[in-house]
Each structure stands twice: as structure tokens, then as C-alpha cells.
Design a binder for this molecule. Sequence first.
Ligand code: V47
Length: 357
Amino acid sequence: MNTIHKKILAGERIAADECLALYRSASLPALGVMANAVRERLNGKYVYFNRNVHIEPTNICANRCLFCSYRRDEGQEESWDLSLDEIFGIARQYVGSGITEVHIVGGVHPRRTLNFYEEMVSGVRRILPGVHVKAFTAEELWRMAQQAGLPVGEALARLKTCGLQSIPGGGAEILDDDVRAQICPDKVGTQEWLEVHQSAHAQGIVSNATMLYGHVETYEHRVKHLQRLRDLQDKTGGFNAFIPLKYFKKNNRLSSAGEVSAVEELRNMAICRIFLDNIRHIKAYWAMCGKAMAQLALSFGADDMDGTIDDSTKIYSMAGADDKSPKMTVDELCAMARQSGFIPVERDSLYHAIKQY
Ligand code: V47
């Protein structure tokens, strides 16, 4: 442990077996010191956030992931399926609001076409011209391309022409096909998920990556997941941020797996920060982990708090996240950062500073 600690403090990369050793035996305070050293090297004392809103076009989904509390069949109670006009109506509500990003993700709708999503992106960009559109997980993109009979790179190129600027990190779950077979058997495999991101990066579309952890996976699986992301990032440099997502057990079919403790959540945050030395930002997604946990995470490697969100997402509240109407003001986000001894910075979607508070 001493050697690993020294390596990290010296700014050296740790290997997969060292990462596993951290998962197995490092204490929370020791991990905090190591993760904070990496965090300060990469991001100083800054805590980033943006002014953003989510649009979730549908929760109708062809996939049946066991951890999902959100998906419904077509026509089922609690399903929704927004038309383009309804989506544009949501976008219009934010004209002049100061938001800088629209994050669009939803279910894999069995009948929507690539053309529908192209119109969606073009329309949102027309209504909110200066606003960055971060849209569609690798899973959604793979299925859109399949539906259109195109290689995913071509589907991405078409969406980019319509105004798609980056892609969010969802759908990664655990990048190991044995785990995927257990928790998301209908989803694309590890290689396909990585291929979508690699192809996006090659076209100048940056992206994020997530890890859904704390269900059936082992520490070895988590390390494998992180290694795959670090390897791709060494090749492309296209990942902006990594977002660990603790599994929430309410209203889904994996609930017998339980939920990890707050200590494990912080340990995981710190280890991800330490291992992913080439992904600059680690996000504590407060709408999911809760405001108190997000604030604590800032001392365990996280430097980004996502954004204001404005009560625009349901994925997590349906899975049992505490905050049923997730929104935060800029003042609240700044106070959270300051209370922990950090400097709040409003950023754009590419992490350029807009304003230091
Ligand atoms: O891929 C679904 C996760 C993800 C549950 O890129 C669950 O900036 C926990 O990727 N318990 C979608 N997690 C959300 C996502 C995201 C969120 C915020 C920011 C960004 C970004 C991306 O949510 C899914 C899945 O891994 N998820 N159900 C659940 N029960």
C-alpha cells in the first residue's frame, strides 16, 4: 500500500493490480488523501458546474435492463412518448433562461427512426441556438444506426451535421460482457459501446463515460471497466468526464443486490479519480447520489457537480434517489463548493470557464 501511495503522490500512473489492491484494502481516509492529490494536480481547488436541463423524450424502451426502474412498454401506465412538437415546447420554455446545455436521453424506442432524432436535434438547436446539445447514449446511437442500416460513424456524422455536439456517458454499466449478460442482456456489448465513443471522438464529438456499480459486479469487474476507459482515452483523449453511478434498488428487478454504503460510494469515487489519471473531470452527479453525498465527494476526487438540472429528469427518482424534484440554483451549487473549501466555477459543456464565483 505504501508503494502505491508514493506512486500516486509522485504523479505516477497505477496499474490494474494496484487499483484492485486499493479496492480490496485501502481505508477511506487514505483514499481521500490520494484522490485529493490527483484532483488538485488536475483541477486545483476548482469545482465546476453548468446551467443545464434534461429532456427525456420517452421511457418506452425495447431493452429490459434489470436495474432499470424507468422503462415501460408502449401503452403501459406511466409510459411517455413525446412528439417533436412537445420536445420543442420544452425547449421553448428555456429561451432566455441562461441555460448553456440541453442533455437529451431516453429509452430505446422500438419505432423511432434516425430521421426523427435528426429533426429533434436540429429543432432544439434552432430554438436554443447558443445552447450545447449533449444527446443520446451509445446504446441509443447504436440502435439508431442499426435502424437506419448505417455504420454508427455515419449516423453520428449525420447527427453532428444537425447540431449534436457531445454525447453523454450512459449505457456503459459495467464494460464486461459477462456482467452485461446478467444485468442488461439486450444492450450493446462492451466492444460496441467503446466503438461508438471511439467513433465520436474521431469526429471531434467529445463524450463522457459512466460506471453503474454496486450490484452483481466484483471489484475485478470495476477495474476492468476502468482499464477499458483509460485505454481508450489514451488513444483518443475524447472523454471529458467520468461519472460513477451507484446502483439504486427501488422499483427494479436487481433489488436483491442491495445498495452499497456511503463509505463504499466515497471509496469508489476516490479510486476512480486515482486510476483514471487521463480523464480530467470526475462528476458527482447530485441528482442521483444526493446533494450531501455530492458535497462530500468533492473531498474524494470529484471536481464537477453537473448542473442546475431544473427538475427535468426522472430516471433516478424512479429508482429511489432521495431528490424527487432535482433542481439547484447557482447560489446553492456555489455554497456547496465553498462550504467544502473549493472555488465554484460555472463552465460550458467543454469545460471552458464561464465565470468564477
Ligand atoms: O446508463 C439507470 C443509470 C444511466 C439506474 O454524461 C441507474 O453527463 C443507478 O448516463 N440506479 C443514465 N443508476 C444516466 C447517465 C448520466 C447521468 C448524468 C450525467 C451524465 C453525463 C450521464 O443511469 C444509465 C444507467 O447506468 N441508471 N438505472 C439505477 N437503478
